[in-house]
Structure formats: C-alpha cells, structure tokens
Design a protein around this ligand. Structure first.
Ligand code: NDP
Length: 462
C-alpha cells in the first residue's frame, strides 16, 4: 500500500463522527473510488480549513466545500491515431473543468502514460486555489492523456494532437476553457494543438491556449515563468527569515521546463545548483550545473541527463536510478513529478541542514514528508504557491492576446516578480491571521480558498 493510501484510510473511519470536514472527506472518498492522488490533494486542503469554517459559518451553510470538491464538468474521451507504420492506437483524453468561479477554466495538459482521472482531478483541484492566489481572473481546470510522446516522431505527435483537439475543441474557448502545457506538453505540442483548433473553428483565437510560440501570440517569459517563479518564492521565504539564496547549495530534481529555469534563476541569484535528473537517474555536478549545456542537450533530440554528464566531463557524475535527495543541500526544489520526495528523503534533507524546500512540481512532496519538514522548522513552499508563476504568466499571455499586444521580456519578468511577492506575502499574512505564523501550507490553502468561497457565495447556488 502506498503512503497516500495509508494516509487516507483513518480519515474514512473517523468520518463517521460529527466533524463536517471528516464527513466531506468521506464523501469524496466514496464518490471518487481509487483516485488516490485526488484524495491526497483534497485531504491536504481540508486539513487546514477548520479555522476558516469556525470563523465563517455561512460557508458551511452554503456547502461551499462540498461544491468546490465536485468538478463543474468532467470530460473523458477516446483519442484514436495512427503511428508512422500505419498501426492504430487508442488513448484516453481528459479535461476536468473544475471551477469557473473566478474566470475561464485554466490549467495545463499532461501527456504521460501515468495519466488517469484521479491524477487529472488532483491537478485540477490544486489549480483552483493556485490560480486564485495569483490574484488574476482565472478559474481552475486540468487535462491530458495517457499518451506517451517519448520516442514518438514529430509526425506521430502531430497526429495524436490533432485527434485530441478534434474532440476537445468543442469544450474550449478564450472565455470558456484555456489549456496550456504540463509534463509532456511543450511548445511543439501546443503548436499542433493550436493549429488544429484554428483549422476546425476557422478562428485565430489566440487566447484559447497559452504557452504559444512568441511569433504567434505567445508571451515572452512564459517558458521561464514556473521555474523562475519558484525560485523567486524561495528567495522571499528565505528573506522573511533574514537570509537569501546567494551562496547557497541547491538540489533541483527534473530536467524539464520547470527544472531548467529553476536552475537558471537560482544561479542568477548567486546559488550553486548541484543536480538535475530524469526518470532514469540524476547528475551530481559540484561545480554547478551548466544550464546552457543542459538546455542544448535537452533541445537537441530531447536528450537525457546521462548525456549531459558525459558532455560535461570532469568531476560531473551520473548516478543511474539513484535518490537525488541523498545529496546534502541548503535548498531543495523538487521540479519533476508528484510524490517524488518521501518521508525518508525529508528526514535526510533535515539531517543535512536544509533550510528551505519549495515545490516547483505539483505535489512532489508526500504528506508524511511535508509533515517532517514543517515539524523540523524548514521553510516549506507548497506547489500551489511556489509554482504559480507559470499560470500567472499564462494569464498575462491571455491579457496580451485580448489586447492584441506583445510585451517585452523585462516587463513580464517584472510583473512575475511582483506576483510572486504578492503570493508570498498573502500566504505569510494569512498564516499569521489564522494563528500559524510561518506555515505556508496553511497560508496558501486559506489565501487560495477565501476568494473562491467569497465569489461562490456572491454568485448564488450554481
Ligand atoms: P516536463 O515534461 O518538461 O519535465 C518533467 C521532468 O520530470 C523530466 O525531467 C522528467 O524526466 C521528469 N519526470 C517525469 N516523471 C518522472 C518520474 N515519474 N520520476 C522521475 N522523474 C520524472 O514537465 P514540466 O517541467 O513542465 O513539469 C514538471 C512538474 O511541474 C509537473 O509536476 C507539472 O505539473 C509542474 N508544473 C509545471 C508547470 C509548467 O509551467 N510547465 C506549471 C506548474 C507546475 P523524463 O524525461 O525521464 O520523463
């Protein structure tokens, strides 16, 4: 049994008692069987909302939590396509339109063999509160497919994307639902998806997808935004403790979009990034990862971190299948995937003197690991706050599309910096206001929940 599943079980039993949060959680378990990641995400949010419900009985009366845990719409569809040899494949597509309370559904698409309904729902649920934290007018959604783009030719990826969009286009629109990228969906996939949407609808509706190429409606700075934002959030957490990233040793996991730009920004702020990884292993580069070389290798033929280690030479070491968190560091930034940093990893990091952990990925830290870090007094930035920079710049891309404008990189970066400070400060002050100073988990959950709850009350029973 996984850590996630064991974490769920006692709550289901306890839920027979009178605690309304326990009852809501038990209902979520009953109505969404087997969706362990979704259970984990809901549980993590509900656990921190008790003080809000105690202060604001009108929220319980209007059943805000019951409503927010139920997606407004769940779309599941067949995606048939042919490979280069003419063989037919059938994948499954998902789009969870979770909440349109604050704006059009907004959230990325993930193409990875592990994708299932529970994973898309966990991501969509998190997205509601993350998007609210940005202060920008965007609702929450998420989607994807169990299609694996790895080792597929460009033509195969294009045919898959065209088939996926042929079905999904009827649910999208710049005022309705605006997807972006996520794991396995980068500039190439967004291009194919946008092309097919345009062809089917006969509309050049720039605002229907974000993460587009800069030459055709994309925002400068969107590629960098999630990784940069995560590091800016970390810098703010350290500043509130009277220190900063300058001179610090940092461990980053992953080598995709988020990881690459987390490495770049951490180094711009004076830190040394010791690692990067993929699902095959990690690289230990004590002189500091050469991010330009890593980008080059990833971009040319979608290379692996083992190729980077080989090209880098010298002391740089590739550790196949190793646990990246065994590398001692002062700052840890998990930027690969969910549940990649376990309780044992967290205990090891604490023993090694870690000061801050910020989630570049979505839910990369297991609940037990989060507990261990918080109990040890480590500054812990949960994903819905720390990685909100990506969706924030997506919302800025929508603004540029709506006004048919295109901003300079420096302008977007300045806006991103302001937004990450705002998110940090609202998490910080909210945690204080609810009696948990310095606890960014409490701060992010409540500061993300309150604006959604207030708007739901104002909008009536919908
Ligand atoms: P990419 O596909 O660009 O990169 C993902 C990276 O994580 C790759 O290095 C990949 O290695 C590694 N990885 C994936 N699955 C596993 C696994 N099971 N074990 C170990 N490593 C793995 O994705 P992104 O960088 O865009 O996304 C990373 C995380 O950040 C995700 O959780 C995503 O939801 C989150 N996020 C992304 C945003 C964005 O703007 N892109 C915004 C906010 C959050 P390999 O090549 O071997 O698969």
């Amino acid at each position: 049994m996984t850590e996630t599943e064991t974490a769920s079980a006692p709550r289901a039993t306890a839920a027979r008692g009178g605690d309304p949060l326990e009852r809501i959680y038990a209902d979520v378990l009953r109505r969404n069987p087997g969706e362990t990641e979704f259970h984990q995400a809901v549980r993590e949010v509900l656990e921190t909302l008790g003080p809000v419900l105690a202060r604001r009985p009108e929220l319980a009366e209007a059943r805000i939590l019951e409503r927010v845990c139920e997606p407004e719409r769940q779309i599941v569809f067949r995606v048939p396509w042919t490979d280069d040899a003419g063989r037919v494949h059938v994948n499954r597509g998902f789009r969870i339109e979770f909440s349109s309370t604050l704006g059009p559904y907004k959230g990325g698409l993930r193409f990875h063999p592990s994708v299932n309904l529970g994973i898309v729902k966990f991501l969509g649920f998190e997205q509601i509160f993350k998007n609210a934290l940005t202060g920008l007018p965007i609702g929450g959604g998420k989607g994807g497919s169990d299609f694996d783009p790895k080792n597929r030719s460009d033509a195969e990826v294009m045919r898959f994307c065209q088939s996926f969009m042929t079905e999904l286009h009827r649910s999208l629109g710049e005022y309705t639902d605006v997807p972006a990228g996520d794991i396995g969906v980068g500039a190439r996939e967004i291009g194919y998806l946008f092309g097919q949407y345009k062809r089917i609808t006969n509309r050049h509706e720039s605002g229907v997808l974000t993460g587009k190429g800069v030459g055709w409606g994309g925002a400068r700075g969107r590629t960098e935004a999630t990784g940069y934002g995560c590091v800016l959030f970390t810098e703010e957490m350290l500043r509130s403790r009277g220190t900063g990233l300058d001179g610090r040793s940092v461990v980053v996991s992953g080598s995709g979009n988020v990881a690459l730009y987390a490495i770049e920004k951490a180094q711009q702020l004076g830190a040394t990034v010791l690692t990067c990884s993929d699902s095959d292993g990690y690289v230990l580069d004590r002189k500091g990862v050469d991010v330009e070389l890593l980008k080059e290798i990833k971009e040319a033929g979608r290379g692996r971190v083992s190729d980077y280690a080989e090209a880098r030479g010298g002391d740089c070491r590739y550790v196949p299948g190793g646990r990246i968190w065994e590398v001692p560091c002062e700052v840890a930034l998990p930027c690969a995937t969910q549940n990649e940093l376990t309780e044992d990893d967290a205990v090891g990091l604490v023993r090694g003197g870690v000061l801050a952990v910020a989630e570049g990925a979505n839910m990369p830290t297991t609940p037990a690991a989060v507990r261990a870090l918080r109990e040890a007094g480590v500054a812990f930035g949960p994903g819905k706050a720390a990685n909100a920079g990506g969706v924030a710049v997506s919302a800025l891309e929508m603004q540029q599309n709506a006004s048919r404008d295109s901003w300079e990189f420096a302008h977007t970066e300045e806006r991103l910096t302001g937004i990450m400070r705002h998110i940090h400060d609202s998490c910080h002050t909210t945690a204080e206001r609810y009696g948990s100073p310095g606890d960014y988990v409490v701060g992010a959950n409540i500061a993300g929940f309150e604006p959604v709850a207030d708007a739901m009350l104002a909008q009536g029973l919908v």
